[in-house]
Design a protein around this ligand. Sequence first.
Ligand SMILES: [Zn+2]
Length: 274
Amino acid sequence: MEVPQFDCQPRLSEPMTEFTFETDAQHAPYNYAHLVDDRSHCYHRFDVDPAYDDGVVDPETGRRDAPPDFGARRRAIVEFYGHRCGRCATRVDTGSADHGEVAYLFSVADDAADSWALRQLVAVCEPCYDLLSTDCADQIGGFGDAYRRAPQFPAWTGDPRVAVERLPLTGREVWFRDRLSDRVAVEPPAGESVNAAAAREACLARSTPAAVAVALNEVLLADERGPLSTANRRLSDRWDALSEREQSEYERCAVDAETVVGGGFEPCVDLQRA
Ligand SMILES: [Zn+2]
């Protein structure tokens, strides 16, 4: 029987072992493709007017709205991201929901004046959009509880700028995160991570560097899909085998999304201090 760790603190600073990427980009801590691939040809191909890269400002209210060629931008970006969510890689589409989640555009621009430029836009599914766009000053619930469906960890194939880890919302997620972090051996790049701005903005995101966040997802997938042996049970089976009391202790460490936003900032801040 495993001795449960009941501390709520992330353990990212501990030595990491076991993990290596089995991809072509063995030395890349995350996927660089969406950062370096040129998007300028998309303007012509999808009939996007660069003059609208900064959106449209209403002269009366001063509010910045979506550009009139929003639909074309959305088609361009969804195509550019291969009809996959830039965070979790689930299938997204601009048409009916039959072809995947409805695609949203998330802007990673620092400056509002550049927020609709194609290089600043990421195609994301509704749950990931809800996660990324819910900032600490807002009320959660703009999309119901769609954020709960956003996977805890971002996919390696996505865009590292939005590769944020979601706060654990259940005891199971707290326990999984603890176990998985022991298996990750990735040195995040020096300095601020490429996902830092998105992580700061999103109330339900942790400050985990992109390199570590995608590595956590890789070890989760390896655990779910790797070969089974009696000595090495899957995490889901090990969680199920915990006693009710042990599970409820982890439940206590999970984040209550309502209190993160509803005035109680402490859980948010504490857990983000990775
Ligand atoms: Zn997604």
